[in-house]
Design a protein. Structure first.
Length: 404
């Protein structure tokens, strides 16, 4: 019995060695062709757009830990399931990779860290050209509204709250570049703080007709995601009627002082979007636009008031002359934008515009309370001076929906 067991063990061993000796050599697929194209990767501290050509040459654009590079040329070679990347800036890489053709490939560091690159079937440099509005742009303490215009000459214009400068910016011009689905948005060089990154990099997802309002472009940065809606670069105002939907307030700083407007109490040091929203929902019935006029219909405590003010449009900047109905009021510069089908109207007011607008609204309140003689120029001037003293900074936007 013992000899039989030894015979079985010896036989198994012989078969095992024979199997090893005759084991077929593993055939690796050649994935060189699967890597041709544009690939992008974005993580918390790393972003790269990598273009790999059929001849193995490559170009890289990106940032890692605040260090930027662009148009860095190199070569990519593949052997079995290993890849070697050699670039002219000596930032080279060799290691294991996996690829799903037409979808993604992954690079694996020796420490197990993985970088995933997504395949860009479509370059979005053409799709991004135009004007976009974003109402959920993240800031330090709230969501903000911004308007971005991307031109086909590589220039970009920004209007909205700038977190990096802690201020509301109007028509700030800079440059941009789109590689695949990565947006490299340049910050103005003369405004950069020491050590500040010169670019903001965002990964784009384009959704044509993504909503009933038109095209959608999602922006993903290293730390957040926001959504942009394509809007028109010229206004179509004639015969348009809009109902109020919502208000947004950001970058509000000012005096800790209560004051009243149309039966509502405000305090700039504590003001929130809901405070304006409450007022506009209760009093603003409708806005009707024509080429040269804007008509506000207010309903305050059951009393309807109609203000028909002249307007002057210069692109998306609309100057409303509120002094026509009440000589004590001032002109207000607003920025208006419409979506592709004119179903929404967005109105934006930077600090100076909102100061004049809010003071204009306060004038009839003070007059009705017997606290203001609108024929007293000095007293009227004090209303605007007091409002300016209350408001250090503020960014206000209103969204309205077309009336059916």
């Amino acid at each position: 019995m013992k000899n039989l067991k030894l015979l079985v063990v010896a036989l198994v061993a012989m078969l095992g060695f024979a199997a090893c000796d005759n084991k077929p050599e593993y055939i690796y697929d050649d994935h060189s062709a699967d890597l041709v194209g544009t690939w992008t990767c974005i993580t918390e501290n790393y972003a790269e757009a990598l273009i790999i050509n059929a001849d193995g040459t490559a170009v890289s654009y990106g940032v890692e830990d605040g260090e930027y590079w662009e148009n860095v040329k190199g070569t990519v070679t593949v052997k079995e399931n290993n890849i070697t990347m050699i670039f002219e800036d000596d930032d080279n890489w060799t290691g294991h990779f996996d690829v799903i053709p037409g979808m993604a490939f992954s690079l694996f560091e020796e420490n197990g860290e993985r970088y995933v690159y997504q395949y860009c079937a479509n370059d979005l440099s053409d799709e991004i050209v135009g004007m976009w509005v974003c109402t959920d742009a993240p800031t330090e303490n709230a969501e903000s509204t911004i308007v971005h215009t991307f031109m086909d000459n590589g220039k970009a214009i920004y209007t909205g709250y700038g977190t990096r400068v802690d201020d509301y910016l109007v028509n700030e011009e800079t440059t941009y570049e789109v590689i695949g689905d990565l947006l490299f948005y340049a910050l103005p060089k003369d405004e950069l703080a020491e050590g500040e990154r010169p670019y903001i990099i965002k990964k784009l997802t384009y959704k044509p007709n993504g909503t009933v309002y038109g095209d959608i472009m999602e922006e993903k940065t290293m730390k957040s995601t926001s959504t942009m809606l394509r809007i028109k670069q010229s206004l179509n105002l004639t015969g348009r009627q809009y109902d109020y939907i919502s208000a947004y307030v950001t970058n509000a700083n000012g005096k800790d002082e209560d004051f009243s407007i149309l039966g509502n109490t405000f305090n700039i040091s504590k003001i929130e979007s809901s405070d304006l929203d409450r007022m506009f929902r209760s009093i603003l019935s409708c806005i009707e636009l024509n080429e040269n006029t804007i008509k506000f219909t207010f309903n305050n405590n059951g009393r309807e008031s109609v203000y028909n003010d002249p307007i002057t449009a210069d692109g998306n900047k609309v100057t409303v002359d509120m002094s026509t109905e009440n000589p004590a009021c001032r002109k207000v510069e607003m920025y208006m934008f419409q979506d592709a089908n004119d179903t929404q109207l967005h109105i934006y007011m930077p600090t100076k515009s909102f100061i004049n607008y809010f003071a204009n609204l306060q004038i009839p309140t003070l007059k009705a309370e017997g606290k203001l003689d609108t024929n007293d120029a000095a007293a009227v001037e004090k209303v605007f001076a007091d409002m300016e003293a209350r408001i250090e900074s503020i960014n206000v936007s209103l969204v309205l929906k077309a009336r059916k």
